[in-house]
Design a protein around this ligand. Sequence first.
Ligand code: FAD
Ligand code: NAD
Length: 397
Amino acid sequence: MSNIPKIVILGAGYGGVLTALRLQKELNYNEADVTLVNKHDYHYFTTHLHMPAAGTDKTENARVSISKLIDEFKIDFVKSTVVQIRTQDKKVILEDGTLSYDYLVIGLGGEPETFGIPGMLEHAMNIRSINSVRLIREHIEYQFARYKREPHRTDYLTFVVGGAGFTGIEFVGELADRLPELAKQNDVDPALVKLYNIEAAPSALPGFDPELVEYAMQVLTRKGVTFRIGTAIKECTADGVIVGEGEEIKAATVIWAAGVRGNRLIEEAGIETMRGRVKVDDSLRVPGNDNIYVVGDNSLMFNAEGRPFPPTAQIAMQQGVTCAHNLVASIRNQPLKKFEFKNKGTVASLGKGEAVGLAFGKKYKGGVAALLKKAIDIRYLYIIGGIPLVVRKGKFL
Ligand code: FAD
Ligand code: NAD
């Protein structure tokens, strides 16, 4: 039996792909066997999913084949779904086999958090993956066709988005652009189409710069979004949502964009989590399991003021780089590096040609912010796939 250490990476999202790419670069020949496991044979750009979900872009532009990113002479790619992590005997159970590891990297991404709200799991849709956004897009288009057959059902033309965090805001921005087009294509009076964005907190984009929040709300209101701020969704039914003190909003489409939690497989493995996220140590390891690293939405880290870092692609990518460094250091018996998050800023799109952002200590809005968003997306393509990926996908972003 070979005694080369085995590294298994679960999930080819932002954290998993960056870990794999850096290992591919840093490891010497035969220093470790690296396996990357993902349930699809493609990597998707979660940060772009609000567009295909609304139908303002194709799903194809939000994904890239994993074989185009990694060097398969250096990394084994396994297309499979992880069903169990067994830390006691260092094994991962897949739907169609078993892998053993010496070092494990968990980068399985988040899951929608419904906070136990009745009916949410059954009746609402989520922007999470290529498959979930295909469903949303098809469902939205179908509502217009249904309305033509049953013109008394205006609830077919009512769209509810739960949560005005960054996901909710970016999605309503796209949907507000798309709905008038769909109304026109289907000969539907656009005045009958309603788009609600419902937020429990006292402000949209809670915690973000108030001037930029104000600007975002003005732009989106002008595009036809009705905000219900300080209003919690209490229940989701087959007919719509119940909000606030019992008011019903009838809607055939409810998109739940009101929170994420970590992957359930981690807590099922007996690892301690807070809403599915592991409070990792400074080096990104699971306390008490020095050979298990967690990156991305499944990890929980705190800033100097003791507040948790929000789960973003930005932090997942930076963690991937540190994680790979620390895996190589462990194998070489060298000291591990502490992870330090370098916040490069936040930009949120508000549909075509509009965005708001805070970056390099400055505020951006309108077309400049939209260009900044595009630049961030292109930079990501460059990091994972170099110039060839920028040339292939960059023009679509
Ligand atoms: P993910 O990127 O979610 O990847 C997880 C991977 O694991 C996926 O490939 C999945 O298929 C795979 N997987 C899951 N379960 C299994 C299993 N059981 N077996 C095998 N494979 C599995 N963040 C930003 O910084 N900037 C943005 O502009 C931004 N925009 C966003 C827009 C939207 C609409 C959304 C929803 C999120 C956005 N985010 C943004 C947040 C960001 O996308 C996430 O924080 C980031 O994707 C987390 O990366 P990750 O590697 O942890 O997981
Ligand atoms: P989130 O947790 O950031 O926001 C969810 C929102 O839903 C919150 O404002 C919350 O108050 C609200 N909410 C919760 N329960 C509710 C209820 N019952 N009724 C109505 N509203 C309710 O989740 P998200 O927006 O999906 O973002 C997840 C992560 O992804 C965050 O870290 C975010 O920063 C990141 N992200 C970043 C970008 C970007 O940088 N452009 C875009 C999308 C997501």
